[in-house]
Design a protein. Structure first.
Ligand code: GLC
Length: 813
């Protein structure tokens, strides 16, 4: 929620009255002025920077071999460490004009102890060459330029265009958030003539990021539109793809960072940050899938959420009192609409005090969760980082009192408590870099787990501050940061990561036999270890809907597999058509939740009439029958880092027709979906990659490698199945666990040669036992023979006893 010193953002004018925020006389004008300022500031900071004017790292004067790689000593006393973590993963760490510091810490990194693979180094007077089984790193000594080549073909993958640079002269000081906190550092790479760029986390942008530039600075940006940058999250990881060959770069630096993929120059793609180290990891594919696997190894694999998290979810700012929550759930059940989760937004609390319930609105939360539980519905509550600072010092509020006593709250450099303003008015934030504070925060969630709350929704964690959204009000806020006592310039972007971590670890301790379910708005790389995410305060517009696909797929290409958006859009008034088309995108997204702003028109599935409701029911029911398939693709994401919701380029990276295709997507390897993203349209072109494809609805066969035109009246989302797939489908359900997945029907879609294969993943859906092998992954195959289709079990893994369930095999003809 963005709200600036009494200047409300227009769509929320009415709601500020309710939450005690003053109305502005001319909000639209003020807002426009503010947005303009941001645009000017934003664009100045990126394009006005000419990183070629910065100091360049000096030439190499000596090379030291270490156990893990080499250290290069430079003429200007700079040092560069090249470490080999895996045959396809190299770390580059530079320290300008001084030796590499001993301290080496990152909140993003999950794996530090890599077993150094086989490698070699050779030196000539011009170059130092490091070779692994997959990569050749060629370091030119003067000027110092690094090239990455394929070890087998020696083909160039990525090369410095310019030596690594640093702003010793303070040229960029005027644009830097906090010049005292750091010096601008940058790396510059040659831009390939036909190079495409993917990833970079949550950006309000298209899939291929070529010719664009971006800033990372977690920001509360309600009603964002395409091009708004930055928004909520920072994932400084991208992949380049050229001639079908992909590499990845993870610039692990939490300061405000910049990525330019050939916008300011035709020669160069560069990245830099306003402080910290020039510290990046280079991944070699050549496949995107392999890079995503390595990125997950480095920054953490997404744990499996409970299976019910794949169920349909309904939210509203805010459902209260308890009887209204019951009414919503009853309505779902009465109308035969599937539902697994209902969300309680900020009004469930006592005056926005986190870890409390409002006694009038929710007198007995446990009775409520029990009752809804009997209807198969779980409750998720929102928890914001702002702990109310009681205006009256005699008021007792346990979260504030305890945190103050333990000294867990953020303070300014002069020792004063940092007091931002958020929903509760004056508030305080926890210093989540303190391990004991994280533990305390996690333990505070006992009030939720004791009351049967099933999951936690973390919001406002950029962290948003109504006093000033740019972070200036937080400039001198000091965090413990493993003893470094660093300031906001470094810690803003990791705040949400650490809050989600504290929440996740708390839920793990409080309910060790259950998988935590945490949702977050803001993030830094590594967030997938702790939280699923949604794309914040979108608009109820067709433009916003069209952004869903590039945003979900880009997040998937950035190591965040469990994503979704407010179905129907959050801000403004939609209509039945928009809502239906929105479900036709999200019914296959991992996070499937309809949510709406407090002052928006209601948009539960039935609100626009039976015609639309019937179509929405059809898609929600379809989602539930596809749960065995969706859960199998989710487990694949957990294990391999490859997300369920995919751009076509992820499955077909050799096919240039997919490189900027972002109005269609795939789920796993097998389903291709091409939604309608405009009003009053009932026909569209769909690109089918090479191979045989089946229309999901009619079973009509198509030969791919071409664009086809298909009909898509409002009740139809064009959907195709890849020839060669076996899709496991379960019974119709209104919530997860209503019935067992029995029977499971494999719909077999043979390829041109009559063959197909598929996988089914099963576990208990709730406990962490899968982590110790208590799961069952079964791989099936099918082949059309003279007497019909013959199926067989190719492989079974895991120790889970899935019980006696019937498998049906049906050939689709
Ligand atoms: C923020 C969230 C939104 C929530 C609201 C009130 O705007 O993004 O989802 O409903 O705050 O908590």
């Amino acid at each position: 929620m963005f709200c600036r010193g009494g200047t409300p953002w227009p769509p929320h004018c009415s709601l500020y009255a309710r939450v005690g925020r003053p109305r502005s006389a001319a909000p639209t004008k003020n807002m426009n002025r503010f947005v303009l300022l941001i645009v000017i500031l934003g664009s100045t900071s990126v394009s006005a920077q000419d990183i070629t004017t910065l100091e360049k790292i000096g030439p190499v004067v000596s090379v030291q071999r270490t156990d893990k790689g080499v250290t290069l000593n430079c003429h200007d006393n700079s040092q560069v460490q090249i470490s080999i973590l895996a045959p396809d993963l190299i770390r580059v760490r530079a320290s300008f004009t001084k030796p590499i510091p001993a301290r080496d810490h990152s909140w993003a990194i999950a794996k530090e102890n890599w077993t150094t693979p086989r490698w070699n180094v050779s030196e000539t007077s011009d170059v130092v060459t490091i070779t692994t089984d997959e990569l050749e790193v060629v370091i030119r000594r003067s000027p110092l330029l690094i090239e990455f080549r394929d070890a087998r073909t020696h083909q160039l993958i990525n090369a410095d265009e310019h030596p690594m640079s640093y702003d010793a002269g303070g040229r960029l000081a005027s644009m830097i958030f906090d010049p005292k906190a750091g010096m601008f550092v940058a790396a510059s790479k040659k831009l390939g003539f036909d190079e495409h760029f993917y990833g970079l986390g949550e950006k309000a942008a298209r899939l291929d990021k070529r010719r664009s530039s971006f800033v990372n600075w977690n920001s509360d940006t309600p009603g964002y539109i395409e091009g708004k940058d930055p928004i909520y999250q920072t994932i400084p990881f991208y992949m380049g793809l050229q001639r079908g060959i992909a590499y990845g770069i993870f610039f692990d630096n939490s300061y405000r960072s910049y990525f330019d993929f050939g916008k300011s120059s035709q020669q160069r793609a560069w990245f830099g940050a306003e402080g910290g180290e020039l510290n990046y990891y280079f991944f070699y594919g050549p496949s995107i899938k392999k890079i995503l696997g390595r990125y997950a190894d480095l920054t953490g694999h997404m744990p499996l959420p409970p299976l019910w998290a794949l169920g349909n979810q309904q939210s509203r700012w805010s459902y209260y009192p308890d009887s209204m929550v019951e009414e919503v759930v009853n309505e779902y059940r009465k109308r035969d609409l599937p539902l697994d989760v209902v969300h309680l937004d900020i009004d469930y609390m006592n005056g926005y005090r986190v870890f409390t319930f409002n006694k009038e609105r929710f007198p007995d939360p446990k009775a409520l969760t029990d009752k809804l539980g009997r209807q198969g519905v779980k409750v998720v509550t929102i928890v914001d980082p702002g702990i109310k600072h009681p205006p009256d010092k005699n008021e007792r509020y346990h979260a504030f009192d305890q945190g103050l006593e333990k000294n867990f709250f953020q303070r300014r450099r002069n020792g004063d408590l940092f007091v931002p303003r958020v929903w509760p008015g004056e508030s305080v934030f926890v210093d989540y870099t303190l391990p004991e504070a994280r533990r305390w925060w996690g333990d505070l969630h006992r009030v939720y787990t004791d009351n049967g709350i099933a999951g936690i929704w973390n919001d406002m964690n950029e962290p948003s501050d109504f006093v000033d959204q740019t972070g200036k009000n937080q400039l001198d806020v000091v965090s413990y940061d493993e003893g470094e006592k660093s300031t906001h310039a470094k810690n803003r972007n990791t705040f949400a990561l650490l809050m989600a971590r504290a929440t996740y670890e708390g839920l793990e301790r409080l309910r060790p036999d259950r998988r935590p379910y945490v949702i977050t708005r803001a993030a830094y790389a590594g967030i997938q270890r702790y939280a699923t995410m949604w794309t914040g305060d979108t608009n109820s517009t067709w433009d916003a809907l069209a952004l869903n696909i590039p945003m979900f797929t880009s997040l998937g290409l950035s190591g965040e597999p469990f994503v979704g958006s407010d179905i129907g859009g959050f801000i403004g008034r939609g209509n039945g058509e928009l809502l239906v088309r929105s479900y036709q995108v999200s019914f296959l997204a991992p996070f499937c939740r309809n949510h709406k702003a407090i002052d928006g028109y209601d948009q539960e599935p039935w609100r626009f009439g039976k015609y639309y409701e019937d179509i929405i029911r059809k898609y929600l029911k379809l989602r539930y029958t596809l749960l065995p398939f969706l859960y199998t693709t989710l487990e694949e994401a957990h294990r391999s880092g490859v997300p369920p919701f995919r751009p076509l380029v992820l499955n077909y990276q050799d096919d240039p027709n997919t490189y900027n295709l972002d109005d269609q997507f795939m789920v796993g390897n097998d389903l291709l979906v091409a939604p309608i993203l405009k009003p009053d349209v009932s026909k569209r072109l769909v690109y089918l990659p090479a191979g045989l494809w089946y229309d999901y609805w009619t079973n009509k066969k198509y030969t791919g490698g071409t664009m086809i035109s298909v009909e898509a009246p409002l009740d139809v989302v064009p959907m195709f199945v890849r020839g060669g797939a076996m899709i496991p489908v379960g019974p119709s359900l209104n919530y997860v666990g209503e019935k067992p997945f029995d029977p499971i029907t494999f719909n077999i879609y043979p390829d041109e040669s009559g063959a197909a294969s598929g996988t089914l993943y099963e576990d208990d859906g709730l406990s962490p036992a899968y982590k110790t092998g208590v799961f069952r992954r079964t791989t099936f195959s099918a082949r059309r023979g003279p007497r019909g289709i013959v199926t067989s079990i190719e492989r079974q893994e895991g120790t889970y006893n899935a019980g006696p369930r019937k498998f049906n095999f049906v050939e689709v003809k």
